[in-house]
Design a protein around this ligand. Structure first.
Ligand code: NZQ
Ligand code: ZN
Length: 385
C-alpha cells in the first residue's frame, strides 16, 4: 500500500427533513449568501425550505451559476460578497453550484488575479470563506471533497483546483431533494460516480485490499441501483443509496493509499470545454476506449474488475477483459448515455484540435503511470469515435 494522509473535515447531515438543521449548523449572526444554479431549487421548494431554516439571519442570494460553472459568472458573486460583507456561503444545488462556491470562497480574499487559482491548481490559496452545502444532485462528490472544476468561457478552458481550505464545513444530504431530477441528470450522476470509482480503482495492484473491496462494493451498488433509479419513481431508499454512494465515490476514502488515474476526466474536460457535452457523457465516451488502449498496463486490475465486479470467469485473459469493457459500455448505454464520440456531433477531424488543447493545458503525462501522452490521448479519442 502507498503512504497516505487522509483528512476530511466535512460534517454530513443525512436524511429526510435535514434541511431544517441549517439553523443549528450556521451561526445566528452570520451574513449568508445563498448560491444557486438556474431555476430548479426555486421551482421545487428547496430554496423556500432553506430560507425558512435560516430564519432571521441576514440572507442574500446569488443565482445563475450554470452547469460547468464559469469564471465570468462567479466573479460577479465575488463582487456581491465584497459589497454586502458576507461571511458565510451556502451552496444549494449540484456539483456546479458547489464547485462555483468553492472558487468564490477562495477568490474573495485572493491576492492577485483569481484565475491564477486555476492555473496553479489551488496551490497558492491561503484563505477561504467558510461555506456549507445543500446537495440536490448526487454525482460529483463535491459535497465532501476539496476539489472544484471551473470553466473560462472566453478561452474554452476547463481546469480543476484542489485545496483543503475549500472542504465544505457541512453538507446537508436529503434524498427527497433528488425527487425532481430529470432522467438525464440521474444517468449523469450514476455514470460520473461510477467513473470516479474506476479512476481510483482500475490502475495497477498496490495491495490496497480494503480500498479494492470498498471500490468494488460501490461499483456493484451502482450497477444494481442504476437502472432501477430510472424506473422506480421516487423510492426514498434507492435515492438514499444513490446519494451516499456518489459521496463515498469521491471523498478521499477509496483513493487513500492506492494509485489514481484521472486521465479519463482530463480528456473529458476538454470535450466539455469545447463542445459543451455533459461531464458524465464525456466520461462514458472516453473510459471504454481508454481501458481498451491501455489494457496492458491495466491488465491485472482489469482481470480483477472482470472477475469481482462483473463475475466474468470464463475465457482467455483478453476475452475476459473485452467482456468487462463491453459490460461497462452496456451499463452506460442502459442508463441512456451514448458512448461514442461520433454520437455527439464532434467531427473526427477535430480530434487533433482536442489533443492540442490537452497539450496547451499541460495534460501531457496523464494517468497512474504518467504514460498517457498526447499521442495516447489521440489514440483513445480515435478508438472512442
Ligand atoms: O441549474 P439548476 O436549475 O439548479 O438545474 C440543474 C442543472 O441544470 C439541475 N438540477 C440540480 N439539482 C436538481 C436539478 N434539477 C431538478 N431537480 C434537482 N434536484 O441539474 C443540472 C446539472 O447540474 P450540475 O450541478 O451541473 O451537475 P453535476 O452535479 O453533475 O455537476 C457537474 C459539474 O461538476 C464538475 C463537473 O466538471 C461539472 O462542471 N465535477 C466536479 C467534481 C468535484 N468537485 O469533485 C468532480 C467531478 O468529476 C466533476 O468534474
Ligand atoms: Zn467526474
Amino acid at each position: 500500500m502507498l503512504n497516505f494522509e487522509l483528512y476530511n473535515p466535512t460534517r454530513i447531515v443525512f436524511g429526510r427533513e435535514s434541511t431544517a438543521k441549517l439553523d443549528t449548523l450556521i451561526a445566528q449572526d452570520a451574513r449568508v449568501l445563498v448560491l444557486l444554479g438556474g431555476e430548479s431549487a426555486k421551482k421545487n421548494g428547496t430554496l423556500a425550505e432553506v430560507r425558512a431554516a435560516l430564519g432571521a439571519r441576514e440572507v442574500h442570494e446569488f443565482s445563475g451559476i450554470e452547469p460547468n460553472p464559469t469564471y465570468e459568472t462567479l466573479m460577479k458573486a465575488v463582487g456581491l460578497i465584497r459589497e454586502k460583507k458576507i461571511d458565510f456561503l451556502l451552496a444549494v444545488g449540484g456539483g456546479s453550484v458547489i464547485d462555483g462556491t468553492k472558487f468564490v470562497a477562495a477568490a474573495v480574499n485572493y491576492e492577485g488575479d483569481p484565475w491564477e487559482i486555476l492555473q496553479t491548481y489551488g496551490k497558492k490559496i491561503t484563505s477561504a470563506l467558510p461555506f456549507g452545502t445543500v446537495l440536490t444532485l448526487p454525482a460529483t462528490g463535491s459535497e465532501m471533497n476539496d476539489g472544484s472544476v471551473i470553466t473560462r468561457k472566453e478561452t474554452h478552458t476547463k481546469l480543476a483546483f484542489q485545496n483543503p481550505l475549500v472542504f465544505p464545513q457541512f453538507s446537508v444530504l436529503d434524498p427527497t431533494k433528488t425527487f425532481t431530477l430529470p432522467a438525464r441528470q440521474i444517468a449523469n450522476g450514476v455514470v460520473d460516480s461510477f467513473v470516479h470509482i474506476i479512476e481510483q480503482y482500475l490502475t495497477y495492484p498496490a495491495d490496497g485490499m480494503v480500498q479494492d473491496r470498498f471500490a468494488e462494493g460501490l461499483l456493484q451498488t451502482l450497477i444494481e441501483i442504476g437502472p432501477k433509479l430510472q424506473t422506480a419513481g421516487n423510492d426514498y431508499d434507492l435515492r438514499a443509496n444513490f446519494m451516499w454512494v456518489a459521496t463515498l465515490a469521491l471523498n478521499g476514502l477509496i483513493g487513500a493509499g492506492v494509485p489514481q488515474d484521472w486521465s479519463t476526466h482530463m480528456i473529458g474536460h476538454e470535450l466539455t470545454a469545447r463542445y459543451d457535452i455533459d461531464h458524465a457523457r464525456t466520461l462514458a465516451v472516453v473510459l471504454p476506449a481508454s481501458l481498451n488502449v491501455r489494457r496492458e498496463s491495466k491488465r491485472a486490475k482489469l482481470l480483477q474488475y472482470a472477475n469481482r465486479v462483473w463475475h466474468i470467469t470464463s475465457g482467455s485473459g483478453d476475452e475476459r477483459i473485452d467482456a468487462a469493457i463491453e459490460r461497462t459500455r452496456k451499463f452506460f448505454e442502459e442508463m441512456g448515455i451514448q458512448t461514442h464520440l461520433r454520437d455527439y456531433d464532434v467531427p473526427a477531424s477535430d480530434i487533433t484540435v482536442i489533443v492540442e488543447q490537452l497539450r496547451k493545458n499541460g495534460m501531457v503525462k496523464l494517468g497512474e503511470q504518467h504514460d498517457v501522452t498526447p499521442e495516447i490521448s489521440q489514440k483513445i479519442l480515435e478508438v472512442s469515435y
